[in-house]
Design a protein around this ligand. Structure first.
Ligand code: BJW
Ligand code: ZN
Length: 244
């Protein structure tokens, strides 16, 4: 059966649908993904730039990388894939959206119930007192700023070795365990615990729709309907099938 038709039927009959998104959904907004030939990690190895230990050992080095990454986010706009998920929510067909992305584009596209699993690049957080300040993504400083409590602040994103924010962790697991349908978009399924969510949903009987330009570790064993292609094309097409 046509995977779009199969996916649309599952969505129509589902009482509770959630989505899990990754960097691939923002690729068509001009934001590079992490893995793959042109991925961020090819230039900046994650061991050196994306772990909390690396940040604590040399905050200025990681800060410099961070500002470069942030520059790719500044001025970026949602693409048709973000709008398609916002439309599904508005239609009452998507309960919640769990994003690993830190770019804020789902919120800009109009999704209301967004769980930020790996934080948000538009904020700084104090590791000691948890005070948050907005981060001006266009700033160019050599060092991260200090909190009023005297501690060096860090981007409010989850680095390797840091815990997922507890509310996001618990709420996402609850949704994955109880949903009837889960749409997973543009993630390589390599980073945990986010990569557990579709597996958890599948184990609890949910129908899994996957949208990606290539197969992932989910595709053969977890996915029911694989929508192959750029999410900016496949997700609006899926919404069309749901409406039609
Ligand atoms: C398209 C497309 C288009 C392209 N359309 N598709 C279990 C097993 C092994 C290891 C672990 C485990 N549990 C925990 C770990 C350790 C670690 C981990 O997962 N390591 C593995 C990588 C080996 N996890 C952690 O450390 C996490 N924390 C944790 O577990 O805490 C425990 C703890 C408890 C109590 C106290 C202390 C600790 C934290 C993970 C944090 C991840 N952070 C990052 C970086 C943030 C920014 C920064 O610092 O600079 O988040 S890593 C990076 O990867 C980013 C992403 O959110 C994340 C996922 O990447 P994503 O989204 O999948 O992107 P890509 O690039 O990998 O894939 C893109 C996909 O899109 C591809 O499939 C393309 O084909 C596709 N695509 N264009 C559709 N147009
Ligand atoms: Zn503080």
């Amino acid at each position: 059966m046509d995977p779009f038709r199969l996916a649309a039927e599952a969505l129509k009959s589902s009482g509770l649908t959630i989505a899990v998104t990754g960097a691939g959904i923002s690729a068509e907004s001009g934001i590079p993904t992490f893995r793959g030939n042109d991925g961020i990690w090819t230039k900046y190895p994650p061991d050196e730039y994306a772990t909390i230990d690396a940040y604590n050992a040399d905050p200025d080095k990681v800060w410099k990388f961070w500002l470069e990454l942030a520059a790719t986010l500044g001025g970026s706009q949602p693409n048709p894939a973000h709008y398609a998920l916002a439309e599904l929510e508005a239609m009452g067909k998507l309960e919640a959206l769990i994003t690993q992305n830190i770019d804020n584009l789902h919120e800009v596209a109009g999704s209301n119930n967004v769980i930020e699993y790996h934080g948000n690049a538009h904020w700084l957080v104090c590791p000691r007192c948890r005070h948050r300040d907005p981060l001006d993504l266009s700033q160019q400083t050599n060092s991260p700023p200090y909190c009023f409590c005297g501690t060096l602040m860090k981007p409010d994103v989850v680095m390797f070795g840091e815990a997922i924010p507890s509310q996001a962790l618990v709420e996402s697991a609850r949704l994955a365990e109880t949903c009837n349908c889960l749409i997973v978009v543009g993630t390589s399924a390599q980073v945990y615990p986010a990569a557990r969510l579709p597996v958890l949903a599948r184990q609890n009987g949910a129908f899994i729709i996957e949208a990606n330009i290539e197969e992932t570790d989910f595709t053969a064993s977890v996915t029911h309907a694989f929508l192959k292609g750029p999410a900016g094309e496949t997700l609006p097409k899926l919404v069309g099938y749901v409406k039609g």
